[in-house]
Design a protein around this ligand. Structure first.
Ligand code: ARG
Length: 475
């Protein structure tokens, strides 16, 4: 088949939809159009796209590349476009591939030549990188707020239960008694580190790619620092090739999101376990649970289960982004268009999950009696008895041995260490005296661990108050 010569087109948007169509002799098939288009999902970046365009246009006017009249027209046009988008009246078209070309085309429709000048000194490559950075920055700020709510809720419940005792586990075997408040504050620490990670990631997100243009920079006398300041960036990306190509900042964000979900998932696992009637430590508010269509007695902890499940998809997005990036030569490649859906979904997932969980934590009904009963089974104070013997001058290994024998005797008698008579205890070690009972109780055990990071109620109260004060501003 003879090739047709391309029709020269004066106006890039005149009669063919694609912005780059003058170069081509045949249109893409509908399937290829759908395959290559991103407007279905990147229209989420519309606000950031307009924000970036306005900053770029303001700079172009300031350095004299476009006139002030053009800039004023662009401002006006963009204001109408934003209105149309907000009102759901904007006609997104797959023919125009992505959010950038859709908005630019509409701008030209509204304001004519001034709209066609907007893309001077710019490429969709630095444009999209800027949009995503602005978007991720907003998500980070919101996630930081939500992590604050989450920690506030955990610390609030911890303060209430600073002295509530439950068994602490290792290997899911009863280990030593801990306070429920202490257990909750462990999660407040995890989410605190998650917040630190996001805040750190924000520093690298918050650099301006615009000015890199397609890959090599631009011949126009642009002022990148001015655009950076307008958009609230801390600085500019220092290499144009890097600016348009790397998505490491998005990967970092997804890594931080994956860690948040990992922590959420661990907490969820515990909530599910604690709510099992076999354990019965807590009850979740009905609004986070569902019933069974066949078993009338069921109240299922759906929200924590789903959160545990959704953790997998966020890990998946992290892996997808890492894989997306690994084989790409410099600079921009269309592969990068695949960065968005996973990134959006990771951000949506942590946003919804953290929002729901802050509320869910506040609605936990605690059953201290069930926790206490569980702590009384399993010889949780055995280490305290060993420590007691050490304080009486017995070497730790000998003390450990004596207590192990006492535990075996208790198993035979089906009783707790504190139920043994003094003579019985003394048969395991003569150094044991009447004062031992003060150490065998659950209260004595937790109160004795009053150092920084320990489980003693006074310590938990202090830590909870510290976190409450730290997170109060965000409430
Ligand atoms: N939709 C594209 C993306 O998301 C925008 C950049 C397109 N650049 C290009 N040279 N085709 O990555």
């Amino acid at each position: 088949m003879p090739k047709q010569a391309p029709t020269p087109q004066q106006d890039q948007f005149a009669n063919k939809a694609q912005a780059w169509s003058a170069r081509f002799s045949e249109p893409v098939s509908d399937l290829v159009k759908r395959y290559t288009a991103s407007v279905g999902f990147d229209q989420r970046l519309a606000r950031q796209d307009i924000q970036g365009s306005l900053a770029h246009a303001e700079m172009l006017a300031a350095v004299g590349v476009i006139s002030n009249e053009d800039y004023a027209a662009i401002q006006k046009g963009m204001a109408s476009i934003l209105e149309e988008i907000d009102a759901g009246r904007f006609a997104w078209s797959i023919d125009l591939e992505d959010v950038h070309l859709n908005i630019e085309k509409r701008l030209v429709e509204l304001i004519g030549d001034a709209g066609k000048r907007l893309h001077t000194g710019r490429s969709r490559n630095d444009q999209v990188a800027t949009d995503i950075r602005l978007w991720v920055r907003g998500e980070i700020d919101h996630a930081l707020e939500l992590l604050g709510h989450m920690r506030h809720a955990l610390a609030g419940l911890a303060l209430e239960h600073a002295a509530t005792i439950l068994p602490g586990f290792t290997h899911l075997q009863v280990a030593q008694p801990v306070t429920f408040g202490h257990h909750l504050l462990a999660y407040a620490e995890m989410f605190g580190r998650d917040a630190e990670r996001l805040a750190d990631c924000r520093k690298r997100v918050n650099r301006l790619p615009l000015g890199a243009a397609a890959l090599a920079g631009t011949t126009f006398p642009i002022d990148r620092e001015r655009v950076a300041t307008t958009l609230g960036f801390d600085g500019v990306c220092r290499n144009s090739l890097d600016a348009v190509s790397d998505r490491d900042f998005a990967i970092e964000f997804c890594a931080a999101a994956a860690l948040i979900m990992m922590h959420i998932s661990r907490l969820s696992e515990e909530l599910v376990l604690w709510m099992s009637p076999r354990v019965g430590f807590i009850d979740l508010a009905d609004r986070f649970c569902t019933g069974s269509s066949i078993m009338p007695q069921k109240k299922n902890p759906d929200v924590p289960e789903l959160a545990r499940g959704k953790t997998g998809r966020v890990y998946g997005h992290l892996m997808a982004l890492l894989t997306l990036m690994k084989g790409q030569p410099l600079a921009y490649n269309k592969d990068n268009q695949e960065d968005k859906e996973g990134l959006f979904d990771a951000a949506d997932t942590i946003r919804d999950t953290l929002t729901i969980f802050a509320d869910l934590i506040g609605g936990i009904r605690v059953r201290p009696e069930a926790m206490r009963q569980a702590a009384l089974q399993g010889y949780a104070t055995a280490t305290d008895l060993a420590d007691y013997l050490v304080r009486k001058g017995v070497p730790f290994r000998d003390a450990h041995e004596a207590v192990a024998r006492a535990v075996r005797a208790c198993e035979d008698k089906r009783c707790d260490l504190s139920d043994l008579a003094l003579e019985d205890l003394q048969s395991f070690h003569s150094a044991i005296g009447q004062d031992v009972y003060g150490f065998l109780t659950l209260e004595g055990s937790v109160a004795a661990r009053a150092h920084t990071g320990g489980t003693a109620p006074e310590r938990v109260r202090a830590e909870a108050e510290r976190i409450l004060a730290q997170t109060a501003a965000a409430q």
